[in-house]
Design a protein around this ligand. Sequence first.
Ligand code: PBG
Length: 331
Amino acid sequence: MLSRPRRNRQSAAIRTLVRETELLPGHLVQPIFLQPEPDARLPIESLPGTFRLGIEEVVREVGDCIALGIRSFIMFPAVPEALKDKRGTYATSKDNFYLHAATRLKKEYPEICLISDVALDPYSSDGHDGVIKNGKVDNDDTLPLLEAMSVAQARAGFDVIGPSDMMDGRVEGIRRALDNAGFTDTAIMSYSVKYASAFYGPFRDALDSAPRLLEDVPTDKKTYQMDPANRREALREAALDAAEGADYLMVKPAINYLDIIRDLHQAHSLPIAAYHVSGECAMLLAAAERGWLDYEAAATEALLSIKRAGADVIITYFAKDYASWWKSGRI
Ligand code: PBG
């Protein structure tokens, strides 16, 4: 045999020498679920190890993550039912605990990159990302609300605005609104290619944000989130967002959509983000709980595969754990 690939796998030193992909804690984004009560720490049953935290707990948690090398965070609000309505008006309220928390966090840790969530669903009594009109999610009626939400978030101190709603034209609308309000340096991480996935379950549990069973209201998000069967359509969505001024293009979920991550990586020069979503993490955690998988090894492999596919940025509930394994020198 003239060629023996095993020669390059003989020792840990050689394997490190020829390793093609490296995933650093600095590439990861830690999600945070924010609860209004300042000292809250509530477990999420379908996502073991992740909590809904009040701002005081968030400040502590972010400090711990920074010490491990995580520098970016994406925050989502768990809004009490009484504050929800059909147009999500609490999203831009002066009293909004999510906006106040962002200001506080950036004051405590000015060095972090703090990413927001723009969509109506955490605030909507219908559980949809847009406004329901005549039994439909109305695109153009939703855009001004998303724009106002984005400006309020930029004003509160978020560094990056994260539209997760999948309305058409929202990146351009948000870019113009931010610029008009003077926030020309606030970036947009667009959920460009977000599929109507079955893997968002634990997230919707955490925020109690699933579409509601009401007359006239659709119970799924298939009229705005993408069909998991489609690949070329992902390129169309990404091209629109790039043209509309997005600073990052996101694919979501990640593990079931590695081909899409690769497609976007090849077609675009913007950074590609991948959202390793709640259900993808929960499956692995559940198997590990039963002793069927080794959590550290399986999670590391999953994250590495997302990076290898072409993601520059990975949002994952495993961020903090990965960073601690990295720090220990084991991976
Ligand atoms: C909604 C939103 C969702 C997630 C992030 N933003 C859920 C949905 O579209 O219903 C899911 C993230 C996860 O599952 O981890 N705007």
